[in-house]
Design a binder for this molecule. Sequence first.
Ligand SMILES: Cc1cc2nc3c(=O)[nH]c(=O)nc-3n(C[C@H](O)[C@H](O)[C@H](O)COP(=O)(O)O)c2cc1C
Length: 182
Amino acid sequence: MPPRVSNAEDVLAAMRKVRQARQFRNDPVPADLVHELLEVARWSGSSRNTQPWRFIVVTDKDQLKQLSEQRSSINWVADAAVAIAIALTDQPEPNRSYDEGRVTERVLIAAYLLGLGGGTAWYGGEEQEAWAKEILGVPKEMTCRSLIALGYVKTFNDARPNKNTPGRLALDEIVSYGTYQG
Ligand SMILES: Cc1cc2nc3c(=O)[nH]c(=O)nc-3n(C[C@H](O)[C@H](O)[C@H](O)COP(=O)(O)O)c2cc1C
């Protein structure tokens, strides 16, 4: 039996507050926190335990800027203190995408629990993926389409012109019991 975490209520309350952060303070993220996040990533579950991920830790401002320039909707990546870029070995879909999302979400939750914030940033299509591989030195045969940008959060406000609608659907709009109720 897993032991109940003593501060489970606090952890769950924090988990409900995890949001995509796109504005960061200028402070670096200490290497030991990045290491903790990489350990969380390493222990994420994956399809048939294939562990298809390889992580590239990026702190170089020029590299972050170049990665941020692939799509206007991820320009905020330039201001992150660190990014964990994800490269994936050749796995069938949907497993590969599921694993990528799964590890990303774990890192984002862990980051929030450590007092950081961040977001997932997807480079775009094939052209942007090829460019990202160049910047990151990722072999052509791998998949490389997203990174997790992290830092100390200035604000969770989304300053982009085409921002998403915030908030979430209510439970009674998304949950039914026994059979689907649309
Ligand atoms: C496949 C995928 C692509 C995404 N692309 C972007 C993106 O280009 N730029 C961005 O800022 N956020 C991107 N996001 C993050 C979503 O916009 C974010 O998770 C969603 O708006 C919920 O944000 P919230 O938790 O702050 O409410 C992407 C998320 C996914 C799953």
